[in-house]
Design a protein around this ligand. Structure first.
Ligand code: NDP
Length: 241
C-alpha cells in the first residue's frame, strides 16, 4: 500500500446549496476533494466550495456548469445527483404536470447530469456516480406516486450504467435515505411526521450528515467493488425493500 495521500478529486453535487446536498459537499470537502455544487438561486456557500448555476431540467445550463467545474477543478470524477423535488398529492388529485415535472427533475435530471459526466469519466477510466433516491422509491408512499416512480427509476439507471461502464473503473450506486431533517421534510404536516416516526425502527429521524458520510464512503476507493447497489440510510424503515 502507498503511504501517499490520495490526490484530490473533482466532485460535483447537484442541488448542493442546501439540505442533504450541502452536507454531502461538506463531507467531500473535509475529505480533501475539490468540490463544486450546483445551485438555482444564488446564496451563501461555505468557503472552499465552488458554486455553479444549473437547473437539472435544462441541458444547456448543465453543460455550462460542467464546463465551469472542468475549468476550475478538472473533469468530474465523482458525481452526486442529489437535486430533487416533491409534489405530493393523492393519485386522483395528481395532474399529469405534477407527475411529469417531478420525473423531469428527479429522474431525467439525473440522466442529464450522468450523461454529461460520463464523457469525462470514460476518458479518465475512473469515476463514481451516486444517485440520491429515497426509501419511497422501493417501499412506496401514499401521495408520492410521482416521487416514488422517479426514485425507483434511479435504481434502473444505476444498474444499467453499471453494466455499460462497470469495466471502465466507474461505479454507479444508489443511496436511499429515509426521513432526514431538511426543508423538504419540514414542509410535511405534523401528523405525517408522527406517523413516519412511529414506523422508523431507529425511533428518530436522521441528520443530513448521516447520509453524507455514506455517500462519501461509497464514492471512496474502499468501495471500488460496490456497484449497482441500493444503500438504505433510513434507520430500518424500508428493510427488505
Ligand atoms: P431540499 O428541498 O432541502 O433541497 C433540494 C435541492 O435540490 C436544492 O438544492 C434545490 O435547489 C435542488 N433542486 C431542486 N430542483 C432542482 C432543479 N430543477 N435543478 C437544480 N437543482 C434543483 O431537499 P433535501 O436536501 O431534503 O433532499 C435532497 C435529495 O434527497 C432529494 O433528491 C430528495 O428527494 C432526497 N431525499 C430526501 C429525504 C429527506 O428526508 N429530506 C429523504 C429521501 C430522499 P434550490 O435551492 O435552487 O431549490
Amino acid at each position: 500500500m502507498s503511504s501517499e495521500a490520495p490526490s484530490p478529486r473533482s466532485v460535483l453535487v447537484t442541488g448542493g446549496n442546501r439540505g442533504i446536498g450541502l452536507a454531502i459537499a461538506k463531507a467531500f470537502l473535509a475529505n480533501g476533494d475539490k468540490v463544486a455544487v450546483t445551485y438555482r438561486t444564488a446564496g451563501e456557500l461555505p468557503e472552499g466550495i465552488l458554486g455553479v448555476q444549473a437547473d437539472v431540467t435544462d441541458e444547456a445550463s448543465i453543460d455550462a456548469a460542467f464546463k465551469a467545474v472542468e475549468e476550475a477543478h478538472g473533469p468530474v470524477e465523482v458525481l452526486v445527483a442529489n437535486a430533487g423535488i416533491t409534489k405530493d398529492t393523492l393519485l386522483l388529485r395528481m395532474s399529469e404536470e405534477d407527475f411529469t415535472s417531478v420525473l423531469d427533475t428527479n429522474l431525467t435530471g439525473a440522466f442529464r447530469v450522468v450523461k454529461r459526466a460520463s464523457k469525462g469519466m470514460i476518458r479518465l477510466r475512473k469515476g463514481r456516480v451516486v444517485l440520491i433516491s429515497s426509501v419511497s422509491g422501493l417501499y412506496g408512499a401514499p401521495g408520492q406516486i410521482n416521487y416514488s416512480a422517479s426514485k425507483a427509476g434511479l435504481v434502473g439507471l444505476a444498474r444499467s450504467l453499471t453494466r455499460e461502464l462497470g469495466s471502465r473503473g466507474i461505479t454507479a450506486n444508489v443511496v436511499a435515505p429515509g426521513f432526514i431533517k431538511t426543508d423538504m421534510t419540514a414542509e410535511l404536516p405534523e401528523e405525517t411526521q408522527k406517523d413516519y416516526l412511529s414506523r422508523v425502527p431507529a425511533g428518530r429521524f436522521a441528520d443530513a450528515d448521516e447520509v453524507a458520510n455514506v455517500v462519501r464512503w461509497v464514492a471512496s476507493d474502499e468501495a471500488a467493488y460496490i456497484s449497482g447497489a441500493v444503500i438504505p440510510v433510513d434507520g430500518g424503515l424500508g428493510m427488505g425493500h
